[in-house]
Write a protein that binds this ligand. Sequence first.
Ligand SMILES: [Zn+2]
Length: 156
Amino acid sequence: MTRPAEDADGVLVWNGLVVAAARAGRSAARPGAATVVSMEWPGDGDGRIDDRERRVIKNEALFRQVNERIEEVSELVPEGDLLEFLCECGEESCLERIELTRAEYEAVRGVPTHFAITPGHAHEDFERVVDRRERYDVIEKQAESAPVARRTDPRT
Ligand SMILES: [Zn+2]
């Protein structure tokens, strides 16, 4: 998987896509603002998570960090307007976008174990859909992986 990276102009590029194409423009990006360009697997400790789930969890955490950056560079977008985020389903092949208002995004981010995804992208065997909206679903990580979701939360 191509990891998100910041180019010389401070634009975040991920899998060849410019994901920080904020309508607010480049000036919204704060100089020196932290951008996570790689993330090491923090370890689950108990070995109960298989490789597939492990990969998904890691990607979800990574996409969440990209989305945090998207929100950050969109700070000049008027409240109530839709912001475009990456689906946080954690599948490497998923390039879907979801649209949330800042308030909707903040509501999802308010719970460390919650992620916003394209409707239908939940891994029903280890994720639970806790909220179904018109434009996105909110999933909750199950007990085994919840500690990892919390540990990788950029806000804690
Ligand atoms: Zn997806």
